[in-house]
Design a protein around this ligand. Structure first.
Ligand code: AMP
Ligand code: ZN
Length: 464
């Protein structure tokens, strides 16, 4: 079955084939661990997870690297401003040392991993930390220097973008317009697009032959990607904000250093918005996964919500949208609970092949979810076959459907809380005159050990 992805570099849907099948090497730009990540960031990792699961579905073995940026990411994606990690030390009243920086980084990394687990994102092969790979950065900066691609200013070593004639190609940058338009203060830089690969810093920095300091954020990603995955990697991902600067710079420095193509496929997720603007810490409009949880919405309902949109379309985060996703997710899980949980029956081939077509078509999760609903309503298929088919589809969707039965059994011990939420759903179904759904919920509640009676005062529970 053909696997097609939208490649940012080619700006088109392209057939995917790895360099060395069955292995696929994949690098997902990881978080800068100076703070908690927000649910916008999490879209990047849910997208990368769906991509990895889709590759595995197609029989590939994925070597997946997610870096942890715990040094060197300036507040500005260019070269201005303070390092974000230094900012975190100031905010938290910690000493300005590399040890304290690592400590802060470790705390936010563990919080990041907790969020990944809550969203059933499979663990990557490795999560290398930038601070553990300073030697690789220094070697890369040195190679670029020897090959004549860099120059020194009073504040660092810079990559000379004019020496890489294809610099503007990847992001279709209008370099002439950039130079002619708004005057950018380039300081000692030769061209506005030149970027620091090493920043001098006498107080907080690492020793290097060209001067004490720390690596630039872009060089760290190139160094870690090549260290773990080789000079040419199959797939590199990130959010669309990385296209014009971070990934453009990664390509320039990596390809100049090795003379080889850096990444064969580039894939980018669109942003999560709030009131039409990108969810971002600088705009102060972020939500964390815990905020969702605290509203009583399970994290997997957020994953479900993300999957109902294509990863390349922007999605507006609202509590109404999430409540809609929660009730759909609840309906789905309630339905799964009503099915017999035997995995002995064969998945329905026609559904599986349609599902494969959808996810292989640039990860069309929205259509894959629509197919789940079609299957649920398909009267020609037995419950046992529905269960087997859903379990298989969930290998890609990652909605935790296989756990529903055990979760529901746990709920049995936690009544009436669990039963109460089912009663609320049933009440909603009845007010929508959806009696089929209301009956289904009654059966589910019965399995949890309670009979529901509809009385003039509303629903009443009776322990069986
Ligand atoms: P950062 O720590 O800023 O490098 O962000 C980690 C990942 O989240 C990157 O791949 C970003 O492109 C991505 N990202 C940041 N903000 C959003 C957003 N609002 N929606 C989707 N992805 C985002
Ligand atoms: Zn990166």
């Amino acid at each position: 079955m053909v696997l097609k992805f939208f490649d940012t570099a080619k700006h088109a849907l392209v057939d995917f084939h790895p360099l060395n099948p069955p292995v696929v090497t994949m690098y997902n730009c990881g978080p800068t661990v100076y703070n908690y990540i927000h649910v916008g960031n999490l879209r990047s990792y849910v997208f990368a997870d769906i991509l990895r699961r889709t590759l595995e579905w197609n029989g590939y073995t994925v070597k997946q690297i997610v870096n942890i940026t715990d040094v060197g990411h300036l507040v500005d994606d260019g070269d201005a401003g303070e390092d974000k990690m230094t900012q975190a030390l100031r905010r938290e009243g910690k000493p300005l040392t590399t040890d304290a920086m690592r400590e802060v980084g470790e705390y936010y990394t563990s919080q990041f991993k907790t969020d990944l687990a809550a969203l059933r994102i499979l663990p990557a092969t490795a999560y290398p930390k930038a601070s553990d790979h300073i030697a690789e950065d220094i070697a890369l900066v040195a190679t670029l220097g020897e090959k004549g691609f860099t120059y020194k200013t009073s504040d660092g070593i810079y990559f000379d973008t004019e020496k890489f004639p294809r610099y503007a190609e990847f992001a279709r940058l209008d370099i002439k317009g950039m130079q002619a338009g708004v005057r950018i203060d380039v300081g000692e830089k030769k061209h506005p697009t030149d970027f620091a690969i090493w920043k001098f810093n006498e107080t907080l920095g690492y020793d290097a032959p060209f001067g004490k300091g720390f690596p630039g954020w872009h060089i760290e990603c190139s160094a870690m990607a090549m260290r773990y995955l080789g000079e040419t990697i199959d797939i590199h991902t990130g959010g669309v904000d990385h296209i014009p600067v971070h990934h453009t710079n990664e390509i320039a420095q990596s390809e100049c250093a090795t003379g080889k193509p850096y990444a064969r496929f580039w894939m980018h997720n669109a942003h999560i918005l709030v009131d039409g603007e990108k969810m971002s810490k600088s705009l102060g409009n972020t939500y964390r996964l815990i905020d969702i949880h605290e509203r009583g919405i399970p994290p997997l309902a957020y994953r479900y919500w993300l999957l109902t949109a294509h990863y390349r379309t922007q999605a507006n985060f609202t509590w109404e949208a999430l409540a809609g996703a929660q009730s759909a997710y609840n309906r789905l899980t309630n339905f799964v609970f009503t099915l017999p949980n035997t995995e002995s029956d064969a998945p329905i081939e026609s559904y599986i092949s349609e599902f494969t077509e959808e996810i292989n078509d640039d990860l069309n999760t929205a259509n894959a979810i629509a197919l789940v609903w079609k299957l649920m309503k398909d009267a020609s298929i037995t419950d046992a076959d529905k269960y087997a088919t859903l379990m298989k589809m969930d290998k890609v969707l990652g909605l935790g459907l296989a756990l529903i039965h055990s979760h529901m059994s746990e709920m049995r011990d936690a009544v009436p809380a669990g039963v109460n939420s089912l009663l609320t759903l049933r009440q909603a179904a009845r007010s929508e005159k959806n009696f089929a759904e209301s009956d289904r919920l009654r059966d589910t509640i019965k399995k949890l050990g309670y009979d529901v009676k509809d009385t003039p005062d509303g629903q009443m529970l009776e322990k069986i």
